[in-house]
Design a binder for this molecule. Structure first.
Ligand code: G3H
Ligand code: 13P
Ligand code: ZN
Length: 309
């Protein structure tokens, strides 16, 4: 099976009351860990690549890694550009074999966001590629951009945005944020399910995307801190809230930080226990296994997409 778009995945997820995991990839071990988990859980999969990851690993290598994941599993896998910063990057991914792109116009005024998103949609759809747009802005750190406060998505804008742009899915801001510090110490984690409900009323049947949806699992942070790291106050979105979101119109849940934390915790532990190791396979093997465990945990505890491939 070739790489697929997210069209059928989202339709099935919407109707079935579950969500698809979109996991960020940067290298071979990450792709392998994610793919092995999805294969064992028989879960549809979105591998996503940020502009920074594409610069780091190079487009050609990432395409081949996604193709290898397909060859190894025959799962439905979509290859998605995460946070496409401009038309040129989206075009380059569309021309270069991605099946889905995000154009992130969330930082520009509404009319400009519509214009840039529409331009990408027209180009993508002509080539059979689907597009994710974004309305509202998440707090947190993503690439080099740091946003202090959430700008929650305005439900009154979503219908016009979707109609005028023709996007296939919409990322919204309801209180999730990028990175490992999603809430201040002492602050009660909460998501604006009321906004999600209003958006769903205005866009019945339309797939919604949640970014910044890592849970920052305490065991991972504890391990990092135990073995020389310094991540005090790292707090994520409780899994129960994400599970609730996955049952709603949210069809795609983005996870990157939890994979980074799992990998880093494992490598830190490895070197603490085996300080004389210097063969990368010795520490990347357990790191890959930790990625796999984390993705399985997401599929089972949060997404509900096991057995849906
Ligand atoms: O939302 C952003 C993702 O976590 C990717 O992060 O741009 O540092 O690769 P990155
Ligand atoms: P996290 O930082 O919460 O993993 O979010 C990742 C993300 O939204 C990628 O687009
Ligand atoms: Zn994101």
């Amino acid at each position: 099976m070739p790489l697929v778009t997210t069209e059928k995945m989202f339709k099935d997820a919407y109707e079935g009351g579950y969500a698809i995991g979109a996991f960020n990839v940067n290298n071979m071990e990450i792709v392998q860990g994610i793919t092995e988990a999805a294969f064992e859980e028989k879960a549809p999969l979105i591998l996503q690549v940020s502009a920074g990851a594409r610069k780091y690993a190079k487009h050609a290598y990432l395409i081949k890694l996604a193709e290898a994941a397909l060859e190894d599993t025959d799962l439905p896998i979509a290859l998605h550009l995460d946070h496409g910063p401009d038309f040129e990057t989206c075009k380059s991914c569309i021309d270069g074999g991605f099946t889905s792109v995000m154009i992130d116009g969330s930082a520009v005024p509404f009319d400009e966001n519509i214009a840039i998103t529409k331009k990408v949609v027209e180009y993508a759809h002509a080539k059979g590629v689907v597009v994710e747009g974004e309305l509202g802005q998440l707090a947190g750190v993503e690439d080099d951009v740091s946003v202090e406060h959430h700008s929650y998505t305005d439900p009154d804008q979503v219908q016009e945005f979707v109609e005028k742009t023709g996007v296939d899915s919409l990322a919204i801001a309801i209180g999730t944020s990028h990175g490992a510090y999603k809430f201040k110490p002492g602050q009660k984690p909460q998501l604006r399910f009321d906004i999600l409900e209003e958006i769903t009323k205005r866009l019945p049947g339309f797939p919604i995307v949640l970014h910044g949806a890592s849970s920052v699992i305490p065991e991972m942070v504890e391990k990092i801190n135990k073995y020389g790291g310094a991540m005090p106050d790292a707090i994520g979105i409780p899994e129960e809230m994400l599970r609730q979101a996955a049952k709603s119109a949210v069809c795609k849940i983005n996870i990157d930080s939890d994979l980074r934390l799992a990998m880093t915790a494992t490598i830190r532990e490895h070197f603490a226990l085996h300080p004389s190791d210097f063969d990368p396979r010795q520490y990347l093997k357990p790191a890959r296994a930790a990625i796999k465990d984390m993705v399985k945990r997401k599929i089972v505890n949060v997404l509900g997409c096991a057995g849906k491939a």
